[in-house]
Every structure is written in structure tokens, then in C-alpha cells.
Design a binder for this molecule. Structure first.
Ligand code: UT7
Length: 328
């Protein structure tokens, strides 16, 4: 049997901090409301010239350095993003050029905030099937460029960033042990960026109607997220032949502290076994889990052999979870 060991991890967040106090000056909101209802205190915003691809490259270089992998040895390069630099070419093609990953097959995967779980699933399959030896998976999003800073229901939630992992073939039973992906039919309109695609190509009308901005039915998405992430996490734990008490760390997508609390209760995990950094970054979409993975490792919360559960939920409405045995 071949497994996909997770041998490198890296992250990047832009320098510019947008605090709740800053948002109070832009839109009718308060630090108190944002902290109580979401757990967010500040988020990072991409600077001029920064894009999903440039941030992804920064995260990827760190991950490759850690793994000791030369970019020329990457076989497959997966970029999970719903905010590529442009519709064509893919963000992965831009990253490939920047990194000098000349042999890599580049592809984007779009599952919005669940994207990293999907990218990890795709990358793992390439390795486990014997097709590829080395895969780079990046989760990166620049949602600040698609937010309406007059809509307090969305603009306070999201931040920009990128995270990356390197997967390498091994005989040892490690890396992703089980995966669960899915989506709830007929919920696309609950969280969407309607304009700029083939349904509503960019035009003066789409601009007038603000179709290039994200819209969300927050309360509905919240309810679906709690249920889907809870069920999906229990499924990947069971599919890996484990029980929740054998999971040493849960990394949930960082969308709302109240969703994260509900997840912890559902799995009966004490909060010190649930990773939280939403206070500093807000919701970074496809980047939230790989960024959290890096910070959890840095904090000494992930040791070789530990069982880590990741779970995410987002536009689609998609969900994605995985049970990972930490490899290094
Ligand atoms: O990663 C992708 C998945 N996304 C998510 O998982 C997000 C899920 N949803 C959420 O996190 C929450 O639904 C929100 C944080 C978006 C909203 O929190 P909520 O507790 O569901 O609030 P609500 O939408 O039910 O609104 C409650 C009140 C409303 O006022 P009234 O009608 O009760 O007077 C809103 O207008 O809070 C008001 N409100 C705000 N007030 C101050 C909504 N946003 C704000 C705001 N500041 N930013």
C-alpha cells in the first residue's frame, strides 16, 4: 500500500490588519457585536499586487523548504481557491510559473471555504494510486476583493491568506486516512458571487447590480454548517477505524466561534483539543485549515502519529472533512 505522507506545511498572511475598530468606521457595526457573534477581532487584507497566487507561492515556498522538496520535483500542483487571480489561466498555472515547478500538472479546485479538504483529497488520491510521488496542495483566497464593504453581514467576516502542504509517497500508514466530501443540493444561492461567470458575464449592468460581490444568507448557512461539519467529522473518524476520544486535535474551518463551539460539544472534545485562530484572521476561506495546521504544529499540538480531524463548510453549500495521521 502507498500512503501520502504530509511532509511540509507553510502559510502566508498579508501584513495589513483590519481590526473591528477599523470596520466600525466603515459600516454600522461594533467590536462587541463582532466578537460576541463571530469571535473575530481582526483579519488580514491583501496589499496592492498581492493575489491568491502570490500568497499561495509564499505559503508553498515555506512548505517546500520544510519538506526539503525542490519545486522541479512536484508532479501535481493543486490550488484550492474560489478567488483565482483571473478566470483563465488557473491560479495553479500562475503558481507553477512563479515557483518554477516546471514538471507539475497544475489545476485549480473550487469548493469555496471547503476547498482545502477537496484539494487534499485530490492530491492524496494521486499519491495513493501510485500516479504521483510528490504533490503540492495550496489553499488560498483573497475574498476582500469580492466583499461589499457596505454589507455588514459579510464584510466583517472574511480575511485573506494562504496555506500549503506537501504530500510525498511512503509505505508507512500515515497522512490522510479517510475523507468525506459532499454538498447540499439547491443551496447555491445561500452563499455566492453571482457575477463575472458565464451566467452573468461582467457588464455595466452586473456592476450596477453589484453582482461581483459575495452575498450570504448567514443564519441559514450557519445551521447547515453546524449539522454537516458535525456529521462529516464523525464519519471520517469512524471510517478511519477510530473513535472521537482517539482524535488529539480538531481543526475546524474558522468561520464562526459559535460553529466551532457547537462542533466541540458534538464531538465531546475539550476546547484545548480544538484549534482556534479566528480571532486573528477571521474566515480565510480555503486557507483557513492549512493556516491553522501550521500554527497548531508551531504550538506543539501536532506530533508524529497524532490523529487530526479537519472539517470545513462553505459556498455550494459544500462540506469536506479528513482524518489525518500526522506524518513528521
Ligand atoms: O465559511 C463559509 C461558511 N460561512 C459561515 O459559516 C457563516 C455562517 N453564519 C454566521 O456566521 C452568522 O450567521 C453571521 C455572523 C453571519 C451572522 O450572525 P447571526 O447571529 O446569524 O446574526 P443574524 O444574521 O441573525 O442577525 C442578527 C442581527 C440582525 O439585526 P436585527 O434584525 O435583529 O435587528 C442583523 O441586522 O444582527 C444584525 N447584524 C449586525 N449587527 C452589527 C448583522 N450583522 C451585523 C454586524 N454588526 N456586522
Amino acid at each position: 500500500m502507498t500512503y501520502a505522507a504530509l511532509t511540509g506545511w507553510g502559510m502566508y498572511v498579508p501584513e495589513r490588519v483590519l481590526s473591528n475598530a477599523d470596520l466600525e468606521r466603515i459600516v454600522d457595526t461594533s467590536d462587541e457585536w463582532i466578537v460576541q457573534r463571530t469571535g473575530i477581532r481582526e483579519r488580514r487584507i491583501a496589499g496592492p499586487g498581492e493575489t491568491s497566487a502570490t500568497m499561495g507561492v509564499r505559503a508553498a515556498r515555506q512548505a517546500l523548504d520544510r519538506a526539503g522538496v525542490d519545486p522541479r520535483d512536484i508532479d501535481i500542483l493543486v490550488v484550492a481557491t474560489s478567488t483565482p487571480d483571473q478566470l483563465m489561466p488557473s491560479a495553479a498555472c500562475v503558481v507553477q510559473t512563479e515557483l518554477g515547478a516546471v514538471r507539475a500538472g497544475p489545476m485549480d479546485v473550487n469548493a469555496a471555504c471547503s476547498g482545502f479538504a477537496y484539494g487534499l483529497a485530490v492530491g492524496t488520491q494521486f499519491v495513493r494510486s501510485g500516479t504521483s510521488k510528490t504533490v503540492l496542495v495550496i489553499g488560498t483566497d483573497t475574498l476582500s476583493r469580492f466583499l461589499n464593504y457596505q454589507d455588514r453581514g459579510t464584510c466583517i467576516l472574511f480575511g485573506d491568506g494562504a496555506g500549503a502542504v506537501v504530500l510525498q509517497a511512503t509505505d508507512e500508514p500515515t497522512g490522510v486516512l479517510s475523507i468525506d466530501l459532499g454538498a447540499i443540493p439547491n443551496t447555491g444561492e445561500m452563499l455566492e458571487i453571482p457575477g463575472g461567470g458565464s451566467a452573468h458575464p461582467a457588464s455595466p449592468e452586473t456592476l450596477d447590480q453589484k453582482l461581483h460581490y459575495m452575498t450570504m444568507q448567514g443564519r441559514e448557512v450557519f445551521k447547515h454548517a453546524v449539522r454537516a461539519m458535525g456529521e462529516s467529522t464523525l464519519k471520517v473518524i469512524a471510517d478511519a477505524g477510530l473513535t472521537p476520544d482517539q482524535v488529539s486535535l480538531l481543526i475546524p474551518h474558522q468561520a464562526n466561534i459559535r460553529i466551532i463551539d457547537a462542533m466541540a460539544k458534538r464531538l465531546e472534545l475539550p476546547m484545548h483539543q480544538v484549534f482556534v485562530n479566528i480571532d486573528r484572521y477571521g474566515n480565510t476561506s480555503a486557507a483557513s485549515i492549512p493556516i491553522a495546521m501550521c500554527e497548531a504544529q508551531e504550538a506543539g499540538l501536532l506530533k508524529r502519529g497524532d490523529h487530526l480531524a479537519i472539517t470545513a463548510f462553505g459556498g455550494g453549500l459544500t462540506w469536506g472533512s479528513a482524518l489525518i495521521r500526522w506524518s513528521v
